[in-house]
Design a protein around this ligand. Structure first.
Ligand code: A3P
Length: 304
């Protein structure tokens, strides 16, 4: 099921900045909260692969890696459609007549690859009942936050971000869509030994993409000879993905994603936060992070 036809029929004026509404204590964009029943009742299939991240942690990157691994490193096969059509984003409910992520997923033959940003406690129970594999990617809080700030500026369905200082305050308080970054990364980390979850870090993927691609292939049970690993590394560099219309979200209209304000494929680095945070803001976030992640065994690299 393609989005194209629905998008053409959509009136750009019907697109409005969303309010946040809490579901089980987690702020979600209002369309998700309204459709919560259908999301919670989502019917996973045993061979579904779920790709999960906090927003802006490198979702699109891992999606392209996974698709390449699943298709023998063949870029043609991965060009069969833009990311959001190859892997339905089950959390998304755009105005009708655009099919929801759930509609897209239901129309898709197995095996499916699905995307979500849900924190662990909001994952539809059928994913656990079916023992589905999950790949989770976490990114250090500062770069993650910077990326989310810029994404709010271009994503017309998210709430207004306000200025940097206001966004920082809301982000630390968990008053942003999909809730607290701390709860998200920690919740998934603590679940990873009870379920088939591969927990990856953006910083590790930047440091040694070939190593992380091998982890993905091993987790998925796909044999991957070295030349294919190199091919996947090349195909999924920031530069390749920025130039690729199937991965750079350029197929979405600007009234949904205004890339003239800030490109979706923006910087793709570790440490861009240094150009955004004051010293005091950075130190404060370090303290909050230390408190929130205390005792979890989870640690992040802020630079490579
Ligand atoms: P920046 O805004 O810091 O550039 P998501 O896909 O979860 O929305 O995450 C988007 C972030 O991942 C953006 O971060 C984007 O540039 C970065 N990204 C996407 N593809 C990447 C790649 N191949 N290599 C490195 N970073 C990538």
């Amino acid at each position: 099921m393609e989005l194209g036809a629905g998008l053409e029929a959509l009136d750009p004026k019907s697109i409005k900045r969303s309010l946040l509404v809490e579901v089980k204590g987690v702020p979600l964009v209002s369309s998700m909260a309204e459709e919560w029943g259908s999301l919670w009742g989502f019917k996973a299939r045993p061979d579904d692969l779920l790709i999960c991240t906090y927003p802006k942690a490198g979702t699109t990157w891992i999606q392209e890696i996974v698709d390449m691994v699943q298709h023998g490193g063949d870029p043609q096969k991965c060009a069969r459609g833009p990311t959001h059509e190859r892997m339905p984003f089950i959390d998304v409910f755009l105005p009708k007549p655009i099919p929801s992520g759930i509609d897209q997923a239901e129309a898709m033959p197995s095996p499916r690859m699905l995307k979500t940003h849900l924190p662990i406690q909001l994952i539809p129970p059928s994913f656990w009942e079916q023992n589905c594999k999950v790949i989770y990617v976490a990114r250090n809080v500062k770069d993650n936050m910077v990326s989310y700030f810029h994404f709010h500026r271009i994503g017309s369905l998210l709430p207004e971000p306000g200025n940097w200082d206001q966004f920082l305050e809301n982000f630390i308080a968990g008053k942003v869509a999909w809730g607290s970054w701390f709860d998200h990364v920690r919740g998934w980390w603590e679940a990873k030994d009870q379920h088939p979850i591969l927990y990856l870090f953006y910083e590790d993927m930047k440091e040694d993409p070939a190593r992380e691609i091998r982890k993905v292939a091993q987790f998925l049970g796909v044999p991957l000879p070295d030349p294919l690993v190199s091919q996947i590394v090349q195909h999924t560099t920031f530069e390749s993905m920025k130039a690729n219309p199937m991965t750079n979200y350029s197929t979405l209209p600007s009234f949904l994603l205004d890339q003239s304000v800030s490109p979706f494929m923006r910087k793709g680095t570790v440490g861009d936060w240094k150009d955004h945070f004051t010293v005091a803001q950075s130190e404060h976030l370090d303290e909050v992070c230390a408190q929130e992640l205390a005792g979890s065994g989870l640690s992040f690299r802020m630079q490579l």
